[in-house]
Design a protein around this ligand. Sequence first.
Ligand code: ATP
Ligand code: MG
Length: 559
Amino acid sequence: MTENEPVLNQHFIREKIAEDNRAGTFGGKVITRFPPEPNGYLHIGHAKAICLDFGMALENNGRCHLRFDDTNPTKEDVEYVDSIMADVQWLGFDWGEHLYYASDYFEQMFQYAEELIHKGLAYVCTLSPDEFKEYRGVPTRPGKDSPWRNRPVAENLDLFHRMRAGEFEDGAYVLRAKIDMASPNLHLRDPAIYRIKKAPPHHRTGSDWCIYPMYDFAHCLEDAIEGITHSLCTLEFEVHRPLYDWILEHVSVPCHPEQTEFSRLNLSYTIMSKRKLQQLVEEKRVSGWDDPRMPTLAGLRRRGYTPEAIRRFCEEVGITKFNSLTDVALLEHCLRDHLNKTAARAMAVLDPIKVVIDNFPEGEADAFEAVNNPEDPAAGTREVPFSRELYIERNDFMEEPPKKFYRLAPGREVRLRYACLVTCTHVLKDADGQVTEIHCTWDPESRGGSAPDGRKVRGTIHWVSAQHAVSAEVRLYDRLFTKENPGDERDGTTFLDHLNPDSFQSIRAYLEPALAGVAPGTRFQFERLGYFCADAKDHAPDHPVFNRTASLRDSWSKQ
Ligand code: ATP
Ligand code: MG
């Protein structure tokens, strides 16, 4: 990241690292990692972890590794590996040469497991999964020793090797660490550390392995092999920490990283579970992982979110030790704040009605100079074409307006943004009495929008020239769920019961002509309407497609 990022908030991990640096705990080094499992697309919750892992390294002249925690071939895929790399880069972070795969350590991990066996600290167990659970027991009472707990070292080694050689079926044997069957922490009651998993082939190691290390065994070893100093993870791993430390204390690893936990991000009106996001994709409730309503980074990007807005949001949310629900309005606020400063303005009419300027010569055209971004003088100006026939928004006209309606109405004068003043003289209607055309006259002396005699005109509306405008598909997106916490299913409903039926609408709109030619992904503020972006996949000059990124104000806020 090169731009100036705004003020950083203090939090306990920042303080802890500063303290470690002062005390020289890790020789002043800060080496972190972001360890996704390639079994889905990254979402806004992962962004919080990415910003923390990479952020702490950057702030301390350290480094952050991107490590794929690919120890379970069942659900993992290269599609996910590729999308994760693209998303981390898009968010603005760089792992340099430090790209790692847990699967590259399989041989080393196997040797560490052998070391535990040699030391009498691991054994091959033949209990069935049900028996395993029953023997483990409950936290308040000690568990029961497996009958295989004291199997001789030589026999354990032999069985472990034969597990690797593929002699046994899935589930027939597991390798367990021999720790403490009476520990109040169930994770220490002789946890399984290796299991047999014959199919499917692993996306990197193919069929080389049919035994795979369990997460708790693998993760701490990955950290140690890479020389990680600060292993930052979410709160649910707090109870796994004694096991993390136990393993590292009992095998000859080069270092002992320190695990620190922080709370996950939960967002209102959003689900964050990879399994549920996958279900939305598989059941075609959304158009894909990158559907602009998805909380995935691919979805947010396609919706028009900027990496800066997401990073700012992650900083604002802060890092704490307690779980809470963050208001999605905060994310949208960070987005509007950034787009307001950076998005060029343009005019678009989403619900058009025609205006005819009767005293403007037929067949002629004019052009007015419009400011590209009032927040950014460097953005300059552009010419917007004008002609006798225009489109304005249907709701900017009322035939019988109330007193405080300052837009267009018979006999009333308004300002056409950047252009001139027009006065409505009469309207045409269809057989049903619906207004089909609004007739006006313009004041040629009011070029640019101010009256020569200084008369006051309160209303300003946006417009496009009918003859010049391009017709475009505009996709109006809204929140995917109507319930504040759709993932909470304790009331007997499922998250699918709370899908917002109005979260997507496709309409035809008229845009300033220049918008047809912009690059996919370009973001705009459509004046008075909101933020929009050219769709990254479907937008083309002969078929313009724009997504609504956000309205100008939070339409969901409780007033
Ligand atoms: P799974 O249930 O598949 O493990 P996961 O969401 O934990 O799902 P990982 O790929 O293991 O997915 O996540 C990578 C990293 O991102 C982990 O360190 C995890 O703690 C962190 N992470 C995941 N979800 C969130 C979240 N909502 N908020 C903050 N960090 C998260
Ligand atoms: Mg995980």
